[in-house]
Design a protein around this ligand. Structure first.
Ligand code: NIG
Ligand code: FE
Length: 419
């Protein structure tokens, strides 16, 4: 049966049209392509057209008969938000470490003494698939309520073949059962297991020779990510892991220069990564190399906020020609949030981005960071009918008022859910 939806007369319909082939850079990050009093017609899950209500009625008169309608008068309509970097599938929380950090312990101290990623790895290894599914599904509901229709999800709390595959199977099942679309990333190289810290090479070999081939064979991931950081994986180990992934069709991503400058941005450009993420301490050379190669900089200001660290130099990156996207980094240790709208606030207030740039960074540029820009991230003919309707009179309010949820309705593939 043909299903259709007509969202009519939004005060501002932000289409983000025109950036599907390449991510928006520099001034293009401010081109939102806004229709005042705009409407969008969605049929069979895909956008048919955007325009004024009267034009669309003229063109599609008979096709619009009997169509479900949403009156968006006085509201803002955007493409469904896209979160391009999450550690969605995991068990448990780490508020105990938060309390320790507030007393002066650092994130890396805690990790080196067996907490941090290791703590969540233990909890995730112990959890069965159904438990992980339930916990993660609840998190996804919250993402959806905050206007997000696509998320990337990483493994990396398994650290053995068995448990990494388990996490990825949960992400696959969530993609099949939940309204939100999930793009999966293998991140076996998220930490060196505690008992191998002194001699990490055998673990690196297992990631390369055992885990990557099996993940690729089972088609459980699109991307391959590594935590390139002093005390975790060196640039040389990271390079080998990312090159090995490429041989098996997994596209590289990197957790780069998060805690210390470590030439992660440079490595991202060298291996042709689709994105380099974090970049709090990225060097000038690294930023230049990313701009030259078109590597998307996925910035995670929630992590800087929560770790009480210096923020990434978003302004410098945008002005240098790096396509910038924004993400929550949702995870229990360094960024326990699912609110991409709050990340927009931080993008503006703490990283000098404009309200236009943060919208681009959470829609079409986020889509480019996870390779889905042909299907999602803008409201254009043929793209998925993924739409967020916000109960605000203009888009400036989205990154101005903070700590509140302005979502009115989320539409996933043409199906409307009132939030
Ligand atoms: O992106 N830096 C490494 N990974 C995550 C944190 C994971 C955790 O602390 O559990 C990050 O910040
Ligand atoms: Fe992360």
């Amino acid at each position: 049966m043909t299903q259709s939806l007509f969202i009519k007369n939004a005060a501002q319909l932000i289409t983000m049209a025109g950036h599907s082939n390449n991510p928006a850079v520099k001034e293009a990050m401010s081109e939102l392509n806004i229709l005042e009093n705009g409407s969008v017609f969605i049929q069979d899950g895909k956008v048919v057209a955007v325009g004024s209500e009267s034009d669309l009625r003229k063109t599609y008169g008979s096709r619009l008969e009997g169509t479900e309608e949403i009156d968006a008068t006085g509201k803002v309509v955007t493409p469904g938000l896209i979160d391009p970097h999450t550690h969605l599938v995991h068990a448990g929380t780490r508020e105990n470490e938060y309390a320790m950090r507030l007393k002066g312990k650092t994130y890396m101290d805690i990790m080196e003494s067996g907490g941090g990623i290791h703590a969540t790895t233990r909890a995730t290894q112990e959890a069965d698939e159904d438990q992980l599914y339930e916990e993660s599904s609840k998190r996804l509901d919250k993402f959806f309520e905050h206007g997000v229709t696509t998320v990337e999800a990483k493994s990396g709390y398994g650290l053995t073949l068995e448990h990494e595959l388990k996490q990825l199977r949960v992400a696959k099942r969530l993609n099949e059962t939940h309204d939100i679309d999930i793009v999966s990333t293998f991140m076996g190289a998220h930490a060196v297991p505690m008992d191998e810290k002194e001699n990490p090479e055998p673990f690196v070999t297992r990631v390369i020779e055992e885990m990557i081939p099996e993940v690729a064979k089972q088609e459980l991931a699109t991307f391959n990510d590594v935590f390139c950081e002093r005390g975790v994986f060196t640039p040389d180990q990271s390079r080998r892991i990312l090159e090995a992934g490429k041989k098996h069709g997994l596209i590289p991503k990197i957790h780069a220069d998060e805690i210390e400058p470590y030439a992660g941005a440079e490595l991202a450009a060298e291996v042709g990564a689709i994105s380099a993420d974090h970049l709090l301490r990225a060097s000038d050379e690294g930023i230049k190399a990313m701009a030259e190669k078109g590597v998307v900089g996925v910035l995670l200001p929630g992590t800087a906020f929560f770790l009480m660290a210096e923020f990434a130099r978003a302004r410098n990156m945008i002005d240098s020609g790096v396509p910038v996207a924004l993400s929550t980094d949702a995870n229990p240790g360094s960024s326990p949030t699912i609110s991409l709208p709050f990340i927009m606030n931080l993008g503006c207030l703490m990283m000098g981005m404009t309200p236009e740039e943060v919208l681009t960074a959470t829609t079409i540029n986020a889509a480019h960071a996870i390779g889905v820009a042909k299907e999602a991230g803008s409201l254009e003919e043929g793209k998925r009918g993924d739409v967020t309707i916000w109960d605000v009179p203009n888009y400036l309010v989205l990154s101005y008022q903070y700590g509140m949820n302005h979502v009115d309705t989320v539409v996933k593939s043409g199906k409307a859910v009132v939030v």
